[in-house]
Unconditional design. Structure first.
Length: 292
């Protein structure tokens, strides 16, 4: 079994991006990070994004509206960022408070600044294999992890567990694309899929993104498969100071001995998501520069 080390691969990408930003003419790329309220996980995610931006030489502009912000006020804030020529990328940290329609907010971000890749236009561009768009960061990170771990999907059966708009569907579309590294034969499974283990056992590459702690067990996996675990789940653990530990959607101790390659949690897909956000921000800067 080979461990796919997301931390190491993300570190390499961050160094590549740092060099690319240093070689850019003009002002550095600028990323606006909008965090509504003080959800603890969002606070730590935004901090990590700010820190990585700084490391690469991307300017970040953090905007912290109160949790009471209305949808219209948030739309106005996004419209202002859309119109601001000094801002290349906009990220609205999820989850948003219940009174705000998250999908409507994602759609409000200009497709030219949608570095999260959640806008309808950008998801459509993934389906159309139009590379001028932005690919959502986690799916893009998964494809990059596979490519940099010498996993070619051509002719492989790729089974994706989960059909969310931010992970399952876009990663399935990417694996299916008619291009080098992709060309997979893709099956997407979800909560209404019948006889799930019989399908996952056929996977040469299994991508688990369902948000269920240690759901994928050894009997669900074909020996020699490549396993990508996207899940981030907290399970109670009294031996930890925090009172919990993070586990993926895959039962790592049981599945890893069977796998040809596998990502750990933490330290697999997670670090790639932030690296891809920075890559998208650099792309937005370049696209804005060529549009002028
Ligand atoms: P969602 O909750 O949006 O989607 C979960 C998907 O899994 C749904 O399609 C759901 O099916 C399916 N599902 C749920 N239970 C089952 C089941 N028992 N059998 C089969 N399918 C099931 O989750 P996300 O896609 O947003 O996230 C998935 C996981 O990935 C989470 O743990 C999340 O924390 C993690 N994540 C990690 C990231 C990273 O950077 N590493 C980034 C984003 C997410 P249905 O559609 O039928 O409801």
């Amino acid at each position: 079994m080979e461990l796919i080390d997301g931390n190491q691969i993300a570190t390499t990408i961050v160094a590549e991006l740092k060099a690319a930003v240093a070689a850019l003419g003009g002002r550095p790329p600028c990323l606006a990070l909008v965090r509504v309220g003080d959800d603890p996980a969002s606070v730590s995610y935004v901090k990590k994004k700010e820190k990585t931006a700084e490391e690469i030489g991307v300017t970040s502009r953090v905007i912290l509206p109160p949790v009471t912000i209305t949808q219209d006020e948030l739309f106005k804030l996004i419209d202002d960022l859309n119109a601001d020529p000094a801002v290349d990328g906009i990220l609205v940290q999820s989850p948003l408070p219940k009174h705000i329609d998250e999908v409507a907010v994602f759609r409000r971000v200009s497709p030219h600044k949608d570095v999260d890749g959640f806008n309808t236009i950008n998801l459509g561009k993934v389906a159309q294999e139009d590379e001028t768009g932005f690919v959502a960061c986690t799916p893009a990170g998964i494809m990059e992890l596979l490519a940099r771990s010498q996993v070619d999907l051509k002719g492989k059966h790729v089974v994706v567990l989960g059909r969310s708009l931010i992970v399952g569907k876009p990663v399935a579309l990417l694996a299916l694309q008619k291009k080098a590294g992709a060309n997979g034969t893709v099956t997407i499974c979800h909560s209404a899929t019948a006889n799930l283990p019989a399908i996952t056992r056929q996977a040469d590459v299994l991508i688990a993104a369902i948000g269920r702690a240690e759901f994928v067990t050894a009997d669900m996996v074909k020996p020699g498969a490549v396993i990508i675990d996207v899940g981030i789940n907290r399970v109670a653990d009294a031996t930890k100071k925090s009172g919990y530990r993070l586990v993926g959607d895959v039962n790592f101790p049981a599945v890893s001995p069977l796998a040809a390659k596998i990502t750990p949690v933490p330290g697999g897909v997670g670090p790639m998501t932030v690296a891809m956000l920075m890559s998208n921000t650099l792309k937005a800067r370049r696209l804005a520069a060529t549009a002028r």
